[in-house]
Design a protein around this ligand. Structure first.
Ligand code: NAD
Ligand code: TYD
Length: 339
């Protein structure tokens, strides 16, 4: 099978390309990525020479480029990871989120209609459900929870989901959607909580915790997300949405303290900074549908996953040091300089 993976030079898409090229030597993985600030060819370096992997630089919102790729590659399956993915950036500059996350998705869907496809899979997020209150630990997001977004990022992802559902119903396009909780693991861009805290701690720099650090996220090791998507594209039912999460809720402060403890660094590095506007309080996934229908369960407990992740950042300093010493330094100054 020919499988197009968009956004494969990013965090989750990159891990997915590693996973799929290793597991299915008989399939061809064609990675399409625009290489924005978040895309990194170093992430794909270990698989670039594999005979079942190809990289094409293209923008998913560029209709001509995407149609040409479909014509040449005749994909059986498309997995759309490509997105602008950072909530803080969506607050300062929403427009590019609308272009990539909504228009880009519509172009990918149109290409699937035009050239035919066995499956289109949209990689979505639990953030489309909005947030849950901290004092109701009994509540979880199910696939029936209404869409109720908070940030320009989540609004753009929800818009994309609605388009996918419209194409599935109107044009009978065989689509699935997965909505996953927060991922962590290797190749995670150091603007996101866990890699940012690891990098800052290793550099004895302040760890900027938004507000009181009491917001809750439901953390999943990235490989477990990849396994779930692989199951959905092969065995999931077209037209369905699948939530992915491992009941691993932690406050941000708990996560930051775990990182510091593992690295043997002092909690004095923690600095409380101005909260994110509209900051979602708690995300928590009910993953019972994907467990019951597809037998998926997360394989990596948090204690193991966070250790593997920290070890990876220790062993791959060059990967993230190249990022934080480059253009990203200007972003960091802009985002945290006056916070
Ligand atoms: P990321 O920011 O690390 O990577 C995004 C990739 O998409 C980059 O390689 C970038 O170059 C590429 N890209 C951006 N705009 C593009 C365009 N117009 N055309 C082609 N490529 C483009 O993101 P991530 O954390 O790996 O997230 C991947 C997907 O998973 C996103 O759709 C995101 O919404 C979703 N998701 C992420 C998480 C998480 O915790 N990170 C959780 C649930 C869902
Ligand atoms: P993030 O990794 O940006 O993911 P998301 O907002 O999509 O869940 O942030 C995770 C949590 O960590 C979120 O509650 C915001 C918080 N946070 C901080 O406290 N400090 C930071 O510097 C960052 C980037 C995030």
């Amino acid at each position: 099978m020919n499988i197009i993976v968009t956004g494969g030079a990013g965090f989750i898409g990159g891990n997915f390309c590693h996973y799929m090229t290793g597991k299915y030597p008989e399939d061809t993985i064609i990675c399409i990525d625009k290489l924005t600030y978040a895309g990194n060819m170093e992430t794909l370096a270990p698989i670039m020479e594999k005979p079942n992997f190809r990289f094409i630089r293209a923008d998913i919102a560029d209709r001509d480029a995407i149609y040409k790729i479909f014509e040449e590659e005749a994909p059986d399956i498309v997995v759309n990871f490509a997105a602008e993915s950072h909530v803080d950036r969506s607050i300062t500059d929403p427009e590019v989120f609308l272009r990539t996350n909504i228009i880009g998705t519509s172009v990918m869907l149109d290409a699937c209609r035009k050239y035919g496809i066995k499956r289109y899979h949209q990689v979505s997020t639990d953030e489309v459900y909005g947030d849950l209150p901290l004092d109701r630990p009994d509540l979880f997001f199910t696939e029936e929870t209404p869409i109720h977004t908070s940030s320009p990022y989540s609004a753009s992802k929800a818009s994309a989901d609605l388009l996918v559902q419209a194409y599935a119903r109107t044009y009978k396009l065989p689509c699935t959607i997965s909505r996953c909780s927060n991922n962590y693991g290797p190749y995670h861009f150091p603007e996101k909580l866990i890699p940012l805290m690891i990098a800052n701690a290793l550099n004895d720099k302040e760890l900027p915790v938004y507000g009181k650090g009491e917001n809750v996220r439901d953390w999943l090791y990235v490989e477990d997300h990849c396994i779930a998507i692989d199951l959905i594209i092969r065995k999931g039912t077209p037209g369905e949405v699948y939530n992915i999460g491992g009941h691993n809720e932690k406050t941000n402060l708990e996560v930051v303290k775990t990182v510091l403890a593992q690295l043997g660094k002092s909690e004095d590095l923690i600095t409380y900074v101005t909260d994110r506007p509209g900051h979602d309080m708690r995300y928590a996934i009910d993953p019972s549908k994907i467990h019951k229908e597809l037998g998926w369960l997360p394989a990596t407990p948090f204690e193991q996953g966070i250790k593997k992740t920290i070890d990876w950042y220790l062993e791959n300093r060059e990967w993230w040091e190249n990022i934080i010493s480059g253009e990203y330094a200007n972003y960091y100054e802009k985002m945290y300089g006056n916070r």
